[in-house]
Structures are given as C-alpha cells and as structure tokens.
Design a protein around this ligand. Sequence first.
Ligand SMILES: [Zn+2]
Length: 55
Amino acid sequence: MAHSGSGGIEYECIRCGSRISVEDLAYAPDLKCPHCGYKVLRKIRQSIVKRVKAR
Ligand SMILES: [Zn+2]
C-alpha cells in the first residue's frame, strides 16, 4: 500500500485562502499555491462526518 494521503488532507493558501488538495500538489514540484504562487500553505484536515445511527 504505497498510496498515501487518502485521508482527506488539504492545504490552504494563507494569502488567497484557496484550498489545494494533495492531488493538485502532486503536479507541483514545490508546495506553492497554483493560483497566486505563494509558497506558504497551511495544512488542514477535512472534518470527517461520522454517521451516527439514530435510534
Ligand atoms: Zn494562493
């Protein structure tokens, strides 16, 4: 299982605030925003909504 990063991790540009998924970053050699080119990105995690069985 060499495929990692399927946990719903995204990066958010602290300059323009656009969210970049790890799949979009795979095309970029450096961690930078594809929109504005800013190199400072913030790693954010998507909140996974767990289904709770209602009784
Ligand atoms: Zn940006």
